[in-house]
Design a protein around this ligand. Structure first.
Ligand SMILES: Nc1ncnc2c1ncn2[C@@H]1O[C@H](COP(=O)(O)OP(=O)(O)O)[C@@H](O)[C@H]1O
Ligand SMILES: [Mg+2]
Length: 404
């Protein structure tokens, strides 16, 4: 077990513990790392940066990205969505200390293809084809809310099963809520589960009108599916779909259970990513609580895009200074003496500094709420870079910050 994992550890001297990600990446016992958090906080960036860092530390790594920004995907060598891991060109810089054993592959999740693979893996080719051709399948495999989360888990299961890597880093979908990721299997299974199947297939066998009624009244999802499918084939298709899926469902369930167990197994760690904003940290809080109630191992929190202040000058002093300079500037104007451009500039810099100090203080206050609620969670913060992170050098820089 990695040294810095915690579920109930105390704080050190009232300050949050430091999240030692290098320790976690270097630990051969770490097999799966899941980066989660609410949308837009930096999950994909963190996952890719950790993967690159681990590979350069000598581990054989695959990173499963989900909806990476285009430029980031390109620099990972992911030109097309082919649902297969690809070697990242230029990822391994042989430096002193690099053992030369590392390897980095990356892939982008293709939700539809993963769904297809899952179906194909549980039935004969003929039956799989019949399912693929069914219009219900097409709607459900691409538009069921939670499918992307579920398929991310399925893909993780597949990657693990190959045994080809010694570390799998998983990005999670850009859901509004981080909890969607943990809820997905549940949701998909309650959708596919026996009750649903029975409800749909019983009236279908009885003649069809009942199905139409249930479809229309009870299940929005099906109502939606129905509205997108035209023609009299509808009931036959629905019934065929339900029956075909019925036979697969046990297999899906088993796989989902296995993956779920993998998430709780020693060797798996969760990294929760949040920006220093109230909403993102509130989400992070829910997620931390949820992981703990599911007994899933939390490594810690990455607080991404912070605005630390390096100068020691306080915000109030800076503002005061700016005001003094501006006042003396005004005096000059009144006295008709030459303006001093230097002092104007200095006042602007002081105001910028004061704003920055305020931002940093606000971020600290917001984080304070989180650390009081979860004093045992180790934290590392990553400052906001001047530009987006879209190439390997950018990822390396993020990696260094993650490890510092
Ligand atoms: N520390 C950072 N500094 C600057 N830009 C960042 C940083 N972290 C992430 N970004 C940028 O923010 C955007 C969102 O990040 P991303 O990793 O795609 O978020 P998520 O996967 O959580 O939606 C991207 O354009 C990324 O380059
Ligand atoms: Mg993302």
């Amino acid at each position: 077990m990695a040294a810095d994992r915690t579920d109930a550890a105390g704080t050190r001297g009232g300050r949050p513990r430091h999240l030692d990600l290098d320790g976690l990446l270097a630990d051969r016992a770490t097999k799966v790392l899941v980066c989660c958090g609410s949308g837009g906080v930096g999950k994909t960036t963190t996952a890719a940066a950790l993967a690159l860092r681990a590979a350069e530390m000598g581990r054989r790594v695959v990173v499963l990205t989900i909806d990476p920004a285009r430029r980031l995907a390109q620099s990972l060598g992911l030109e097309e969505l082919d649902n297969e891991p690809r070697t990242v060109p230029g990822a391994l810089r042989r430096e002193a200390g690099d053992t030369g054993e590392g390897e980095l592959q990356a892939m982008m999740l293709d939700m539809r293809r993963t769904f297809d693979e899952m179906v194909a893996g549980h039935t004969t080719p003929d039956r799989a084809q019949a399912i693929f051709d069914n219009p219900f399948y097409q709607t459900i495999s691409t538009s069921f809310s939670g499918t992307q989360e579920y398929m991310a888990m399925e893909k993780l299961g597949q990657l693990t099963a190959t045994g080809a890597w010694d570390l799998i880093i998983v990005d999670t979908p850009p859901s509004r809520s981080a909890l969607d990721f943990l809820d997905a299997p549940q949701r998909l299974s309650s959708f596919l589960d026996g009750r649903m199947i029975r409800l749909l297939s019983a009236p279908a066998r009885a003649g069809g009108r009942g199905l139409r009624k249930i479809v229309g009244s009870t299940f929005n999802l099906f109502a939606k599916a129905v509205s997108t499918i035209l023609g009299g084939q509808l009931l036959a298709d629905a019934s065929a779909f339900v029956q075909a899926f019925d036979t697969l469902f046990g297999g899906f369930q088993e796989r989902a259970d296995k993956t779920y167990q993998l998430l709780r197994a020693p060797g798996t760690s969760f990294v929760v990513v949040a920006s220093p904003e109230p909403d993102a940290l509130r989400e992070a809080s829910y997620f931390v609580e949820r992981l703990s109630s599911e007994r899933m191992p939390l490594a810690g929190l990455v607080l991404n895009r912070t605005h630390p202040v390096h100068a020691t000058l306080s915000g109030a002093r800076a503002r005061e200074g700016a005001e003094t300079l501006e006042a003396s500037q005004n005096d000059r104007v009144e006295l008709r003496s030459a303006p001093s451009p230097g002092s104007e500039m200095a006042a602007a810099v002081l105001r910028l500094h004061a704003d920055r100090v305020e931002t940093a203080e606000r971020e600290r206050r917001v984080l304070g709420r989180f650390t009081r609620a979860h004093p045992g969670v180790p934290i590392i913060d990553v400052p906001a870079m001047a530009t987006d992170v879209h190439d390997l050098d950018g990822l390396r820089e993020i990696g260094r910050r993650l490890a510092s």
